[in-house]
Design a protein around this ligand. Structure first.
Ligand code: ASP
Ligand code: MG
Length: 455
């Protein structure tokens, strides 16, 4: 049986009539391998930011919000005009007009009350995806592609944290399966948004459309989830720092997760989870260069291990703070590390890298907010010292723990006089993480990229 696929188009892919035409060409391209069951859309690029600005101004009694609304309306109407022929245009225009009147009344309410709750903000930003969704449906219908608009509020059920809600997967999976059983034409789904069980709009957090795609793809047991964006895949390093960076053809979920966590920007880290649980490959592809191979994130790390014995991609996070705790008391051990972790947990500060010796523990954090409190508590456990101006470098691959990889890595860094601290290797071999001074971070990245990737 032919399986199904889920495609997601981000803000730049939906950013103009020109871009949306490329999206349509991708959707219409015949595919032998699977049927496209759903297309998840982001708001047109920049629109979510403008909606946030608009709501903020209104709630501060600044009538400047009106201009933002007018400009947004003009932008969407222009896209309709360019994309949709006379026969179907009126229907989409009526729909766009209806959405703007609703949006206007919500924002005007905020202006009058000088107040905007998180629920109100979620409602305001939801219009971005609802507008782009309706426009794509109009444009596809105009080209004889059978499709339907699906507001994700009907399928994605979340809790009440309106601006970054947690998904109720039991309900959501059930909703999605039952909806798609009844609706077999292509569903154009609004990314980023969901609703509470009583129907109030929520969002999944900024950049949440990738997550929406994974939620839908996982519930449908899709063969693949395609994330269409404006770059040709996940890069071996940030190309602004390393001009010779290139696309990594294949990564495991584990590697992609490490890269996303330490700052590579292509994929929303949460995306990994639903797809990973269901072992669905995720492809990152370029709407503007659809023939490029892109990056495939594969579910099988064991297979990746067989293929890759080197470093495949690099990223870094900067600045971070190193916190060192020294105490001879560590000699008689029992529960010391647990007590240290408990301090960070109680102070709601997450730890990135941890290294230990017999008499010391070092960790890195990126959030200084609770540092004074953390230091006070840690001082009860040992001598505490803090080093600012640090960066974490993370190298990923299928088998970074293979013989010689570490040796080669630190030899090269040594040859370039880069001092390395806090080395931490994942036991699975997926990553090698270590800390350098912020001033050496770019250099370390370049040197390692040259050594392992430029060859
Ligand atoms: N439009 C939303 C944002 O800008 C969601 C997304 O594009 O993924 O955050
Ligand atoms: Mg995004």
């Amino acid at each position: 049986m032919k399986g199904v696929k889920v495609l997601k188009f981000g803000g730049t892919s939906m950013g103009s009539a020109r871009a949306i035409k490329k999206v349509i060409a991708i959707i219409r391209k015949p595919r032998q391998d699977a049927r496209i069951a759903a297309v998840i859309v982001s708001a047109m690029s920049g629109v979510t930011n403008e909606l946030i600005k608009c709501a903020q101004l209104a709630s501060k009694k600044d009538s400047g919000y009106k201009k933002i609304l007018k400009d947004l309306e003009r932008k969407h109407i222009a896209a309709v005009g360019e994309l949709i022929g006379a026969k179907h245009r009126a229907k989409t225009l009526t729909c766009v007009d209806g959405l703007f009147r609703q949006l206007e009344s919500v924002v005007t309410g905020a202006y009058r009350l000088q107040e905007l709750s998180p629920a109100g903000m979620a409602c305001v930003v939801s219009f971005g995806e609802r507008l782009s969704g309706h426009i794509l449906v109009g444009a596809l219908t105009d080209r004889q592609v059978r499709c339907e608009y699906l507001n994700a509020r009907h399928i994605i059920t979340t809790d009440e944290q309106h601006e970054s809600a947690a998904v109720d997967f039991v309900r959501t999976d059930k909703n999605i399966r039952s909806h798609f059983r009844k609706h077999t034409s292509l569903q154009v789904v609004t990314g980023f948004i969901g609703a509470t069980p009583d129907g109030r709009t929520t969002t999944l957090g900024r950049g949440g459309s990738d997550y929406s795609a994974a939620i839908v793809g996982a519930a449908l047991g899709a063969k693949a989830i395609e994330i269409w964006t404006d770059v040709s895949g996940i890069m071996t390093a940030d190309p602004r720092l390393v001009p010779k960076a290139k696309v990594v053809p294949e990564l495991s979920f584990e590697e992609a997760g490490e890269l996303a966590y330490f700052g590579a920007k292509v994929l929303h880290p949460k995306t990994i989870l639903p797809a990973m649980r269901k072992r669905i490959p995720v492809k990152v592809l370029n709407t503007f260069m659809p023939e490029d191979r892109g990056t495939t994130i594969v579910p099988n790390f064991a297979q990746r291990r067989k293929k890759s014995h080197t470093v495949d991609a690099l990223t870094f996070k900067s600045p971070v703070i190193a916190v060192h705790i020294n105490s001879p008391k560590f000699f008689d051990g029992n529960g010391f590390i647990a007590r240290i972790f408990e301090v960070f947990n109680a102070c709601r500060t997450s730890i990135d890298v941890v290294t230990t010796s017999v008499t010391s523990v070092s960790v890195t954090i990126d959030d200084e907010k609770n540092l004074p409190k953390i230091i006070t508590y840690l001082q009860e456990l040992g001598d505490v010292s803090i080093e600012r101006g640090k960066a974490i470098i993370c190298a990923v691959g299928g088998a970074v723990n293979a013989a010689g990889v570490a040796g080669r890595m630190f030899t090269v860094l040594g040859q370039h006089k880069i001092a390395v601290e806090m080395i931490s290797q994942a036991s699975s071999g997926v990553s090698m993480t270590f800390v350098v001074g912020t001033r050496d971070a770019e250099k370390a990245l370049k040197v390692l990229h040259k050594e392992y990737i430029e060859g």
